[in-house]
Design a protein around this ligand. Structure first.
Ligand code: 5GP
Ligand code: ZN
Length: 114
């Protein structure tokens, strides 16, 4: 755990979150500032700074994040499609430096994103 990391604190239960799923490797919770009717995050429990810091040993974990995100979206009734986003670094709009997959749905998404 990184003591200064917001999402590590959510993993540790030190900060509350509206959890949708948890197992030994990942946790999913609703975004505190939703940008769509459904907006939740899937994160690894392991502290990975962001997409640029994914290592070969993490590849299976990243695949699991995608699979968990898709399953939760289906469980929440998001049947008409959704947007999956990994922001990387400052220009990518990353504000929390613990890897997270955004899942956004429940409305029409636009392209290109802002
Ligand atoms: P980023 O901009 O790094 O891709 O996304 C970080 C996301 O984390 C943002 O959408 C932001 O609303 C969300 N977020 C920031 N702090 C908290 C928090 O304390 N709890 C929850 N549930 N989401 C948070
Ligand atoms: Zn962390």
């Amino acid at each position: 755990m990184n003591q200064d990391c917001l999402f590590c604190k959510i993993v540790a239960g030190q900060i509350p979150a509206d959890k949708l799923y948890e197992d030994d490797e990942v946790i999913a919770f609703r975004d505190i500032s939703p940008q769509a009717p459904v907006h939740f995050l899937v994160i690894p429990k392991k502290h990975i700074v962001g997409p640029a810091f994914i290592e070969a040993e993490d590849e299976q974990l990243i695949g699991k994040m995608l699979r968990v995100g898709a399953r939760i979206a289906a469980e929440l009734g998001v049947v008409n499609g959704y947007r999956l986003v990994f922001n990387n670094g400052d220009d990518g709009g990353q504000t929390v430096f613990h890897l997270h997959l955004h899942v956004l749905g429940g409305r029409q998404m636009h392209w290109p994103p802002g």
